[in-house]
Design a binder for this molecule. Sequence first.
Ligand SMILES: CC(C)(COP(=O)(O)OP(=O)(O)OC[C@H]1O[C@@H](n2cnc3c(N)ncnc32)[C@H](O)[C@@H]1OP(=O)(O)O)[C@@H](O)C(=O)NCCC(=O)NCCS
Length: 229
Amino acid sequence: MSRMPAARDSASRRPPAAPRYTVVAGSPAHVPGIVACHAAAFPDQFMTLLGREFLAGYYRFYLSAPGAINCVAVGPDGTVLGFVSGGAPELRERFTREQVPRHAVPILLRAARDPRVRARLAVHARAALLGLGRRLGLKVPTPDEPPMDPPGTWSSLLSIAVRPDAGGQGIGSALMEAFRRASAQRGFRWMHLSVHNDNPAAIGLYRSSGWQVLLVTPGGTYFRRAVGA
Ligand SMILES: CC(C)(COP(=O)(O)OP(=O)(O)OC[C@H]1O[C@@H](n2cnc3c(N)ncnc32)[C@H](O)[C@@H]1OP(=O)(O)O)[C@@H](O)C(=O)NCCC(=O)NCCS
């Protein structure tokens, strides 16, 4: 009579391991968890320095805007462990036009208190003025940017973050794959993103997820990937 080895016997009696996370489509109910995750993953980033209210407004906008793509990794107890957010690139300009004025007073109050906020606002103001100058046909410096695909053919991945205590478990890769699938479902053919050069974890994630470098500038590295598997 044959007998299974003892180790297999005990393994087959063990209940299956509970999944450590599930990736789902983001909804407005995820905003508090996404804000907490963003603040933990990007403690010194400009949007984090603008405060939780600003972050909540930003993600409320993205989680309800048509054309946005949001995927969330949740743990077994519903905690948001990570998220990815982006979608149609024109949403960024819409957010700036429609939402930023609503936060103008708190932003200026933060700027009065925090020199890091003032420094970042100065950079944004300069970029906005140069953009205006270009639209008016003035001879102003052109930023170093890669050639982009035709409008309507690509989605923009704006932010991806995993809680520091949940890193290194494959959540970032699973979110990249969810974003790719959602982009394909919306009919996009390409995905674009950019990242600061001093972020080796993110650059490693993008490379390992099949993204290709389009351009490296002192300001950042630009990546592109076809949505096809
Ligand atoms: C970048 C980030 C999302 C990666 O999430 P993660 O869940 O830890 O990533 P994964 O476990 O899926 O790892 C996937 C790949 O990313 C790369 N990677 C992840 N962490 C890394 C690190 N600390 N250093 C170098 N590469 C790293 C590796 O290539 C890894 O593949 P491997 O495990 O086969 O080596 C996470 O570190 C994070 O939230 N960082 C802060 C926020 C941020 O910078 N976001 C990107 C800018 S928008």
